[in-house]
Design a protein around this ligand. Structure first.
Ligand code: 5AD
Ligand code: FES
Length: 349
């Protein structure tokens, strides 16, 4: 059994792809031993491609207002308990200035789907100002689904990257996780546009989302293999108390680490963060993520005063800390496992 699983991991390492049945076999049959086998190989691939350097991205969560109602998400429109906030352009810019001092050379502007207040033109202006202040930096957007012309405008203003998790490659599962008015096809179309427009594009899924099966995860891997995103964001599903999924089981920490390793073996140069959700499910989850093949960490640059309000799931870490505390904490955490934070844009190569 374990030889069979190790054989599939070896095959993935050399061929960078597997058949659907083989992915399912991996997800159904892995053990601690085979997961560690994959982690060791994945870590080796990361070391070959990136050395012991970890890229950092500073996330500015500039608005938690969202018109969508994803069933899993704590900032969904129907959550009347969420205290909504919006940062001004000046506040966003000053988060980036502060981040620059701490060695960040990528800024991620993230929000709920809040286009009425932040139409593409406003974002484009903010992006242009960030690039003007810090020409050596990359700007990543993570604003949800948008139309082609809007994505184009922001790209032309200098945005380099865009994160839009596909959430699941299975349409029927997508429909269980999202309200009827959200469309699986539109999300996939957006991802295609992002690539066409020359954004370094990030896709990804939650691990252990409600109703997710090994088959669904296998389809996610096949999708990622075909789409070849420059980045993959993936972390465990964690319930939020004010959502319809409040009583659902959280995702598996071990499976998340295993998926990270498999992503690294499938797409050796992909930018792969050890996510905040992974650090939330286990105190040293992000370190273990790095040791399983991740090469990016994305700490928060939002003002401490609003951090608690950007609660996608319960228990989110770093909501009491300041940007400089997170930065120092991460350096220390990486050093402890033999890694170093790199001060550079950390583009996809
Ligand atoms: N648990 C884990 N991840 C979540 N996200 C949203 N809600 C949750 C949750 N409850 C993820 C989604 C989204 C990203 C910004 O955060 O995958 O794309
Ligand atoms: Fe905002 Fe999910 S509730 S994107």
């Amino acid at each position: 059994m374990s030889d069979r699983i190790k054989g599939l991991i070896d095959k993935l390492e050399t061929e960078h792809t597997l058949k659907k049945e083989e992915w399912v076999e991996l997800f159904d049959g892995y053990t601690d031993e085979t997961r560690e086998y994959a982690a060791k190989k994945a870590r080796g691939v990361s070391l070959e491609n990136f050395g012991n350097k970890i890229y950092i991205r500073g996330i500015v969560e500039f608005s938690n207002v969202c018109k969508n109602d994803c069933l899993y998400c704590g900032i969904r429109a129907s959550n009347k308990n969420a205290q909504r906030y919006r940062l001004t352009d000046e506040e966003i810019l000053s988060c980036c200035d502060e981040g620059y001092e701490y060695g960040f050379r990528t800024f991620v502007l993230q929000s709920g789907e809040d286009y009425n207040e932040y139409p593409a033109k406003r974002i484009a202006d903010i992006v242009a100002r960030i690039k003007q202040n810090h020409p050596d930096c990359a700007v990543t957007l993570s604003l949800g689904e948008m139309e082609y012309d809007d994505l184009k405008l922001m790209r032309e203003a200098g945005a380099d990257r865009y994160l839009l998790r596909h959430e699941t490659a299975t349409k029927s599962l997508y429909e269980k996780l999202h309200p009827e008015k959200m469309s699986f096809e539109h999300r996939m179309t957006c991802l295609k546009w992002l690539k066409e427009l020359g954004y370094q594009t990030g896709a990804g899924m939650m691990i252990g989302a409600p109703y997710q099966t090994s088959e669904d995860l296998a389809d996610d891997m096949l999708f990622l293999h075909d789409f070849k995103p420059e980045m993959i964001g993936t972390g465990p599903f964690l319930p939020h108390k004010d959502t319809p999924f409040k009583d659902m089981q959280k995702g598996s920490y071990e499976l998340t680490l295993f998926v990270l390793s498999l992503c690294r073996l499938m797409l050796p140069r992909v930018l792969l963060p050890a996510t905040t959700a992974l650090g939330t499910i286990r105190p040293n989850g992000r370190e273990q993520g790095v040791l399983a093949g991740a090469n990016v960490i994305m700490p928060n640059l939002s003002p401490t005063a609003v951090r608690k309000k950007y609660m996608l799931y319960d228990g989110k870490i770093c909501t009491e800390d300041s940007s400089s505390e997170c930065r120092n904490c991460l350096s220390a955490r990486m050093k402890r496992i033999g890694y170093e934070i790199e001060v550079s844009r950390g583009d996809y190569k």
